[in-house]
Design a protein around this ligand. Structure first.
Ligand code: SF4
Length: 471
């Protein structure tokens, strides 16, 4: 397969996706009214989930019907994550497994998008070993997707676009799945360069969407019946700084809080170095912002925080928690923890356990450090063996499980408002989330899906709460 390297140079800050309508119509015409199926498989974070919804929306606009079935699909995209090595290997394995499908169905188009495909090393690997992949789109190439697909379909050539730009896309067709919750990206990229993280290298510098565009999207979602919105960004607390705002995120939160029909607002991720008193105060005084804060700690050791380039220490972190809890005594706090950062010693790890016990997180997202080539941490020597790191990981989970259970136990007897998301796997049992984003399961029928209902918590488990509808 010959290769076209697409140079799609854009210098503007905002691209209106409506400009792609003509190309999308041309692609639709190419399908000649035949039903074609598309599948987008997502790996990684909520930002990727949101990007996939956009890729799906674009595909629908071009005439594709969405499917979950690889065998049925005429177009398959892997929207990838580069944060962990294991996820990368899984994607490559899945792409490899499609070779026989493509041989049976030559019209099938296979694409790889997202953080993995932004890396030169991945492009080289795909070129060398995966000739059946038709399209490689980096993290900033979505605007080029309709044109790239047209080129693959018409010219039968592989298209690669790993262009780096500072653009923000607006008016992208999006496949909001019709549920009661939605993600809204408010900014892209990251300026922080934590030493273990690949994100700033693959997603570029921080770029905020205009406040008007974010509010317009949230208003539209409210009109479609969405009740809960999660505002997304790698570091939402620096929203608007690239546009010269000083309290941009606090202002945005206040504005979203005023939108009719939006009952719950969440946001993630918050970098502790950037969260302001103003944001906490808007949260505390708002009508709809959930008293739930995801505040990534990563490590409880000051030495490690410095080596990770996190730009805060235990004292600063605890002072934020303290302030936030004073303003919102019912605040639920969650965090991210990395176990086994290269220089982590037993003492550093004990400091992390100590932070868990001090802050008392409702839940944590913990990961074993994964080496990412090209980051400063990739050159650091390991202070612990793999076995020791695994044992630490298990100890961390065990400490956290006790804390989560203890906090959940306190909810027993409380009446809480929950947003019903759907039926659980158990027959006749609904699954919902409370303000703290904890799962609450209770008996009920489908008529309650999408509604906010009052539930009395009758039993606590480590990860979920069990309840019953109140009178
Ligand atoms: S804040 Fe740090 S960990 Fe988060 S995306 Fe940016 S560089 Fe990565």
């Amino acid at each position: 397969m010959s290769v076209v390297n697409v140079l799609f140079l854009v210098i503007c800050m905002t691209i209106d996706f409506k400009e792609q309508e003509i190309i999308m119509e041309r692609v639709k015409a190419l399908l000649k009214g035949e039903e074609r199926f598309a599948l987008v498989e997502t790996y990684g974070c909520q930002q990727n989930v949101n990007d996939s919804q956009k890729y799906e929306g674009i595909l629908q606009k071009m005439g594709y019907t969405l499917t979950d079935d690889r065998e049925k699909a005429d177009f398959i995209m892997f929207n990838t994550c580069a944060v962990r090595d294991r996820a990368e290997k899984k994607v490559l394995g899945n792409i490899g497994a499609l070779k026989h499908l493509k041989a049976k169905k030559p019209r099938m188009v296979i694409a790889i998008a997202g953080c993995m495909s932004q890396q030169e090393s991945v492009e080289k690997k795909i070129r060398a070993s995966y000739p059946h992949v038709d399209m490689i789109l980096g993290t900033r190439a979505m605007a080029d997707f309709p044109r790239a697909l047209e080129a693959v379909l018409v010219e039968k050539k592989r298209v690669i676009n790993r262009e780096e730009n500072d653009c923000v896309l607006e008016n992208v067709p999006t496949n909001y799945d019709g549920g009661c919750k939605a993600f809204v990206s408010i900014m892209y990229g990251c300026n922080n360069f934590c030493t273990y993280c690949i994100v700033p290298y693959v997603r570029g510098r921080e770029r905020s969407r205009s406040m008007e565009a974010v509010i317009e999207e949230c208003t539209l979602l409210a009109k479609r019946g969405v009740k809960e919105i999660t505002l997304l960004g790698q570091n939402v607390n620096s929203y608007g700084k690239d546009m010269g705002m000083t309290e941009g995120f606090a202002t945005l939160l206040g504005e979203v809080d005023k939108i009719d029909g939006i009952e719950r607002i969440r946001f993630m991720s918050s970098h502790p170095k950037d969260i302001s008193d103003e944001v906490l105060s808007v949260m505390a005084n708002s009508k709809h912002i959930c008293h739930q804060l995801h505040l990534p700690l990563q490590s409880g050791s000051d030495k490690l925080l410095k080596e990770m380039n996190r730009v805060y220490n235990r004292e600063k972190y605890l002072s934020i928690v303290d302030k936030a809890k004073k303003l919102m005594p019912d605040l639920a706090i969650t965090t991210d923890i990395i176990v086994g950062f290269p220089t982590e010693t037993e003492e550093d790890f004990e400091d992390t356990l100590d932070m868990l016990k001090t802050v008392k997180y409702d839940s944590i997202f913990s990961f074993i450090y994964s080496k990412r080539e090209g980051t400063p941490a990739a050159k650091m020597e390991f202070a612990a063996t793999e076995e020791e790191i695994r044992a630490r990981f298990d100890r961390l989970l065990s400490v956290q499980n006790d804390i989560s259970y203890e906090l959940n136990k306190k909810c027993e007897g409380e009446v809480q408002e929950v947003l019903v998301e759907g039926m659980s796997k158990e027959e006749g049992i609904l699954t919902s989330r409370n303000y703290a984003n904890k799962i609450v399961n209770f008996k009920g029928d489908e008529s309650l899906v999408g509604k906010i209902v009052k539930v009395k918590i009758t039993r606590a488990q480590t990860w979920i709460l069990i309840g019953e509808v109140c009178g």
